[in-house]
Ligand binder design. Structure first.
Ligand code: BGC
Length: 663
């Protein structure tokens, strides 16, 4: 052990439990290294503490996490983490405050662009790969926000209120997967309360579950300002209050003097901080990419995360004729708040990017300035002419960082009426419209969807947005992203309303029925289902075999064939359905997925493993995950609604694990 706790005085130990300033840990009078924590997750957002006003340093603005999630590709998640780590190393950040795995309970949540999915398995699996990507380069991560912070409304004071089964199955699972698979160096507690107890003081969550059950070995950091009493959080198992808090030392000292906090408890937290500090001092921090390679990685991830939602008459890819762009062609790069990354990359306009990538048989009309400002619905004579004359209109619309941001939720899930109005005017003059949609979360497309022949959901794709979009529009890259969150019909059809509670609590009355678990089980129509995304290619599924490895362990093996004449990638999804259960369960749940690259005409065998957890629900009376004997359907799909292959297995666990069977 490099940093010996015996060299620290009690006073130094108590000081160590709170930060030195906004971003750095204390150094115990220079006995310990200076450790710098910095945001995350959509790239490095780091303040320059050497300068007045803490300006933000420039870094690679990566596709936002929701775009990464739409890749459904663990390799992309790893690449994202590794790429951001190089920016961290270059700028001296020891820990990246990312990723966030809070579940998208409602499309209104202002931070959905920072989160992965409405599904905990997908969120946890991708987060684990991202963490690995960062940490393999000797930079730490902070898995956040632990837990049940699922909207921004009143995030500092609201208590998320739900039963334990809901908490375990929906809101803790992604943390559990990420911790058990990748051991983040830190976990960040959330601001809110859970069941009336602050996340920062919640011993059950911070110590019993996180450490005791999930096996977390790092330190727990508070979200910035999420602690209210330093001694209580220390006792509950929160190691580091961030940022510096003037009252902390007195609170800790008083608690020590009056016996509320023991020296053993202080030493336990300090020892964990010292072990963490030691991890930050490593020789893995070697930059292996140039700035332009980091940008190329951002483009790769964005290309795979863009989702083709509609493509009537195969209007895409753009191969011939004249094309003009209207709308806001400076696509939104990211959502607002602590995740917003400042880049100095000279982002080409979509016009220029398209012009460069189009085949010779197609031409761009107008200029990169040929757009209608999205605040200005009025058409000039020249614009009318331009719209009529061209063969295809690319119309860019969406939201921006002032609407989708930390600290507030959206008030609706529509794009602004002005943008829809412009689209309607264009549609009267030209019916060949391709909508490029840039938004950080699900959008209600009902008012205008019929006006667009194609919809390309780019999301907030960072500095790669225009280049990757041009690659998809021109067919240089075949679209392969699929939705990691459902696009509902409208806000009214979402299970979770604007806000349910008594002013102090947010009641999770929908229980485990979040996202597709709700729509599927209760047969609610959706606009674009979870797991959906079109390709320019077609895929055939065949030869499903379920190989039994143990009573609850199976390999799901099947063949996917690209029946088209272009190279493409297909995301296959495995859902499990408990045919009969003594508790209410969702119709089906995602338990595995794979992304397969297939050359034109190529077939590949795909293998996805299922284990005990794939069949289990959390039993409150038994206080554990429980598999009930009986039949389970294994559903292999191209989306949650497009199930291509199906097979059943029968699980028969020993008598003493099961309730008495009366059937
Ligand atoms: C956010 C965290 C962030 C921290 C530091 C908080 O307000 O909730 O996600 O890491 O600030 O910027």
């Amino acid at each position: 052990m490099k940093y010996d706790i015996k060299n620290l005085t009690l006073e130094e130990k108590l000081h160590l439990l709170t930060g030195q300033d906004t971003w750095r840990l204390q150094t115990a009078n220079g006995k310990l290294p200076e450790v710098f924590l910095s945001d995350g997750p959509n790239g490095l957002r780091m303040h320059d503490v050497t300068k007045e006003g803490l300006p933000t340093k420039k870094a690679t603005a990566m596709p936002n996490i929701h775009v990464l999630a739409n890749t459904w590709n663990v390799e992309m998640a790893y690449l994202d983490g590794a790429t951001i780590a190089d920016d961290c190393i270059e700028n001296g950040a020891d820990v990246l405050l990312a990723p966030g795995v809070n579940i998208k309970r409602t499309p209104l949540c202002g931070r959905n662009f920072e989160y992965f999915s409405e599904d905990p398995f997908l969120a946890g699996t991708l987060a684990a790969a991202y963490i690995q990507g960062v940490q393999d380069k000797g930079v730490g991560t902070s898995l956040k926000h632990y837990c049940a912070n699922n909207r921004e409304y009143d995030r500092f004071y609201i208590s998320s209120d739900m039963d334990e089964r809901t908490l375990r199955e929906i809101y803790l699972t992604a943390f559990e997967i990420a911790v058990t698979k990748s051991q983040p160096w830190t976990v960040m507690c959330s601001y809110n309360l859970i069941g009336g107890v602050w996340a920062s003081e919640n011993k059950w969550l911070l110590t019993d579950i996180l450490r005791g059950e999930f096996g977390f070995e790092g330190i727990v950091v508070s979200d910035w300002g999420a602690t209210h009493q330093a001694a209580r959080v220390a006792k509950a198992g929160l190691d580091l209050t961030m940022p510096f808090r003037a009252e902390s030392f007195e609170e800790l000292k008083t608690a020590y003097d009056n016996g509320f906090l023991t020296e053993a408890e202080i030493d336990r937290n300090v020892a964990r901080i010292l072990a963490f500090m030691e991890k930050t001092q490593n020789d893995k921090k070697v930059i292996t990419t140039t700035k332009s390679e980091r940008h190329e990685n951002a483009v790769k991830i964005a290309q795979e995360g863009i989702v083709l939602l509609k493509n009537e008459g195969n209007i895409l890819p753009l191969q011939q004729g004249s094309i003009s762009i209207f709308g806001h062609q400076n696509l939104s790069l990211g959502g607002g708040g602590s995740a917003y990354v400042q880049t100095d990359y000279k982002i080409p306009s979509l016009f220029d990017a398209l012009k460069e990538k189009l085949p010779a048989s197609a031409t761009m009309k107008g200029t990169s300035h040929c757009h209608i400002d999205w605040n200005q619905a009025l058409f000039h004579g020249t614009a009318i002419q331009a719209v009529r004359e061209v063969d295809t209109i690319v119309y860019c619309m969406g939201t921006y960082k002032e609407i989708e941001t930390e600290s507030m939720d959206r008030t609706n899930i529509c794009v602004s009426p002005t943008q829809v109005d412009v689209l309607k005017r264009i549609a009267k003059l030209n019916e060949n419209i391709v909508v490029v949609l840039h938004a950080g979360s699900a959008i209600d497309v009902s008012e205008w969807e019929h006006l667009a022949k194609a919809i390309v959901y780019v999301g907030f794709a960072g500095e790669a947005a225009t280049e990757a979009t041009a690659d998809i529009l021109t067919g240089k890259v075949c679209p392969s992203g699929k939705l990691s969150e459902t696009f509902p019909m409208n806000l009214e059809s979402v299970a979770v309303g604007k806000y349910d509670g008594n002013g102090f609590t947010d009641w999770y009355k929908e229980s485990i029925f979040v996202g597709y678990r709700y729509y599927d089980t209760f047969e609610k129509e959706v606009r674009y289902p979870f797991g959906f995304g079109l390709s320019y290619a077609n895929f055939e599924y065949s030869d499903l075999k379920i190989e039994k490895k143990g009573e609850t362990d199976y390999d799901v093996v099947f063949t996917v064939k690209n029946t088209s004449n272009i190279d493409a990638k297909e995301i296959s999804q495995v859902y499990v359905r408990d045919v009969f259960a003594r508790v209410i369960r969702p119709l089906k749940e995602l338990k595995g997925f794979a992304k397969t690259a297939l050359k034109a005409g190529e077939s590949k065998q795909v293998r996805i493993s299922l284990n005990e957890r794939s069949f289990a629900y959390y039993s409150m009376p038994l206080k554990k995950w429980h598999v009930e004997n009986g039949e389970f359907e294994i559903l292999v799909g191209s989306s949650s609604k497009d199930i291509r292959l199906k097979e059943s297995v029968k699980i028969s666990l020993p008598f003493d694990t099961q309730a008495t069977n009366t059937f």
